[in-house]
Design a protein around this ligand. Structure first.
Ligand code: NAP
Ligand code: ZN
Length: 366
């Protein structure tokens, strides 16, 4: 008998022009804090659309960096409090979206961001509207927010049901301004969410349903990704696949790939999706030994005949982008040790130990 929960409280409004169409209904309160990165909200046209439907006052924090820091969310939270904001509008990739979620918490909880990891928070975060401009993280439909924690030299996720945005507006047009390299990085992040969710110990029939649909949809974009020419239809498929990936990991969490990827991002500056992508073929090779049918299903949906073909696809997408990463035995051991401390390992099929992680990282980076 199946037993599982399925919780996804975010209202998704999907399609071209949805922000403008929302009109006055877009506002969830009197005064929003708008949270963006440095350029993408303007470049994508999303900020203009948001401003066109807001009639009253707003405050704006437009300095979220990639892989947001504790200091950034502290500043944004303080701004929201100072300005008396009563909801948050997040526009951008996963970095602004995640930072905005934590600012929504800090706006109503007088805490240091690091305390959120230790004690949680009492008062519900301000309501959040999320507008993704990348097709990758699915943060617009998850209860997660990932920050860089310098003290622990890693990235770490917070989770809370109030971190699910209340509404997500998804317009593929906003992803058209993405340069090709970021398109690939983020598309592969979406792929890794779909793959890891389907291979997670916590996978359920409902999460599988979502992940499998997402994988099939992602598979349709492979020819365009290989060619490097993406029309709006492909952008549409990637954005939807990315949201399906978010819905799937909201149920299951991610696995060892994300745990290893965090060190590649923290220590080597590798973009999040790329850091996952480089580890994925070796992860599939390992998982084939414990769940061969599941890996086979993934390959079939992507229309790839083997794990080697999967690896070749990653190599093609990242051809000129993979920086030379040299890992000494000591750094390798340190990254594995860090990854072993995460729940992602407990969520990976086959109960992988440090030797398996070492093997995966060595094969991926070697
Ligand atoms: P990102 O770090 O938000 O953005 C990467 C770059 O893309 C930035 O320079 C950004 O510009 C630019 N960009 C974004 N949208 C653009 C557009 N439409 N046109 C042109 N440039 C654009 O990238 P991301 O991969 O979406 O997010 C990664 C973060 O999300 C990581 O911190 C990761 O850990 C986290 N994450 C969260 C979840 C979750 O469930 N919460 C899941 C997976 C990953 P700006 O400088 O303007 O921002
Ligand atoms: Zn991710």
């Amino acid at each position: 008998m199946n037993r599982f929960n399925y919780f996804m409280p975010t209202k998704m409004v999907y399609g071209q022009g949805v922000v403008k169409e929302a009109g006055a209904a877009f506002a969830l309160g009197q005064k929003p804090l708008i949270v963006t990165g440095q350029s993408s909200a303007r470049l994508s046209g999303a900020l203009d659309d948001v401003l066109s439907v807001l009639s009253g006052e707003y405050a704006i924090f437009d300095q979220v960096e990639n892989n947001p820091s504790v200091e950034t969310v502290k500043q944004g939270g303080a701004l929201a409090r100072r300005e008396g904001c009563d909801y948050v509008v997040a526009i951008g990739g996963g970095s602004p979206l995640d930072a905005a979620k934590v600012m929504a918490v800090l706006a109503v909880n007088d805490l240091d961001p690091l305390e959120l990891y230790q004690t949680g928070w009492q008062r519900q975060a301000l309501p959040i509207v999320a507008i993704p401009t990348t097709a990758g993280t699915g943060s617009e439909v998850t209860q997660y927010a990932v920050l860089t924690i310098e003290e622990e030299e890693t990235k770490k996720g917070l989770r809370g049901s109030d971190l699910f945005p209340q509404v997500a507006y998804l317009d593929p047009k906003y992803t058209e301004s993405l340069p090709l390299a970021i398109t690939y990085d983020t598309a592969v992040d979406a792929l890794s969410h779909l793959v890891e969710s389907y291979l997670a110990k916590r996978a359920t029939p409902a999460s599988d349903f979502v992940a499998l649909q997402g994988l099939a949809l992602w598979g349709t974009t492979i020819p365009a990704l290989r060619e490097g020419v993406l029309d709006l239809e492909t952008r549409d498929a990637l954005l939807l696949a990315s949201s399906l990936g978010g819905i799937a990991i909201a149920q299951t969490g991610t696995t060892l790939v994300h745990a290893l990827g965090y060190s590649l991002t923290y220590y080597h500056g590798m973009p999040h999706g790329r850091a996952n992508g480089v580890c994925m073929a070796a992860y599939l090779d390992y998982t084939k030994t414990v769940a061969p049918e599941r890996v086979e299903t993934i390959l079939e949906l992507l229309d790839l005949d083997s794990v080697a073909s999967f690896g070749e696809l990653m190599d093609t997408l990242f051809a000129s982008q993979i920086e030379e990463v040299e890992l000494t035995p000591e750094t390798l051991a340190a990254y594995v040790e860090k990854a072993m401390l995460t729940n992602n390992i407990k969520n990976s099929l086959g109960d992988p130990g440090a030797e398996v992680l070492t093997q995966i990282l060595t094969t991926s980076i070697g």
